[in-house]
Design a protein around this ligand. Structure first.
Ligand code: MG
Length: 342
């Protein structure tokens, strides 16, 4: 009898885990709290099929308005002295709870995305903790970085499929974390990156889901693990996603209906991307050279624009003038100077 109950409980757990693994996550369409604005609107609650949710807020400064948006209460505003983050919990009719972090919006909007972090002029390795630290210190809008799954399914950082002579996808995370990088760094995990970025509210992350060499399903698994970890660590306010793999982009969208996802491979029309609810394009600069109207066309479809990898001063000036939303570069120090002159 006991064994039957145990087996049933195990089966039920497995069913729950299976059901949750493919489930759209409860989200807000923004997690940022505007500063010095009484009663500011923060973000709309996006529920599964319009389910009702109630708000729990220990700080007692938030409410849900008639349109289903989280806002500050009517006479409440936050200022420079207020805390950087606030936790709220939403609960649905079935008792399911999810806690979010809302973040005071001091985020930098200078377009500068440090490609694999700020490494080139900083004596740091690409995709390292030091390159992330330098990105934050420089005051870039975001650090871009690349995520794979280790052989034991831990999201880890590397640009190439191999690092330190080991194939990332065929090596355990524990072994990967022992691979030395420049200046005392080691191969970092996505979790380390997320925890570090959450220590401040000026610079964000652009998380690239790498196309697995082990096939489509594995690539979707990278997307799953990345999105689940971002949500588990309540880091949604800090993270945008990019990928060359359209199925991975669709998988991110399936899990997170409000995530900012930019597509890297220029093999779909802007209309197709819009229809697939992709948020923007992040293309190699040659595509913007080929079609000088591309930024305008993307803007007309309400798609964000990002360009990589722009390392020459003249090109930087061109893309600043074209009005792209983001410029991804290995030379963030130079781009910062040019952007400041604008
Ligand atoms: Mg990348």
């Amino acid at each position: 009898m006991k064994r039957t109950i145990l087996l049933s409980a195990l089966l039920l757990n497995l069913i729950i885990v299976f059901a949750q693994s493919g489930k759209e996550l409860l989200t807000l369409d923004s997690y940022l709290i505007p500063v010095n604005k009484k009663g500011a609107v923060i973000g709309k609650i996006v529920t599964r099929q319009g389910e009702k949710v109630t708000l729990k807020d220990a700080s007692n400064i938030f409410m849900v308005n008639k349109e289903g948006c989280i806002t500050l209460k009517k006479n409440i505003s936050i200022n420079e002295k207020s805390p950087e983050c606030y936790q709220i919990t939403l609960q649905n009719n079935g008792g399911e709870k999810k806690t979010f972090e809302l973040v005071k919006d001091n985020f930098i909007c200078n377009k500068v995305i440090a490609h694999r972090g700020a490494w080139k002029n900083q004596d740091a390795s690409q995709n390292s903790m030091k390159s992330l630290e330098r990105t934050i210190e420089l005051g870039c809008e975001a650090a871009e970085f690349d995520v794979w799954l280790s052989s034991d399914n831990i999201p880890v950082l590397s640009h190439d499929p191999s690092i330190g002579g080991k194939k990332v996808e065929e090596t355990t995370a524990e072994e990967l974390f022992r691979i030395p990088l420049k200046d005392g760094d080691f191969v970092p995990s996505l979790e380390q990156y997320l925890l570090r970025i959450k220590g401040q509210n000026k610079t964000r992350l652009v998380l690239e889901v790498k196309a697995s060499q082990k096939g489509k399903e594995r690539c979707k698994a990278v997307a799953d693990s990345s999105v689940q970890l971002v949500h588990r660590l309540r880091a949604q306010a800090w993270v945008d996603y990019i990928t060359f793999d359209f199925d991975a982009a669709m998988r991110i969208r399936e899990l997170d209906p409000t995530a900012n996802i930019q597509y890297l491979e220029a093999d779909k029309s802007l209309e197709e991307l819009k229809a697939a609810k992709i948020s923007g394009i992040d293309y190699h600069f040659s595509h913007f050279e080929k079609d000088p109207e591309l930024v305008k066309k993307a803007n007309a479809q309400n798609l964000k624009t990002n360009v990589w990898t722009v390392n020459k001063e003249e090109d930087m000036k061109t893309y600043i003038n074209l009005g792209l939303d983001y410029i991804t570069t290995d030379e963030p120090e130079l781009l910062l100077k040019l952007v400041e002159k604008q």
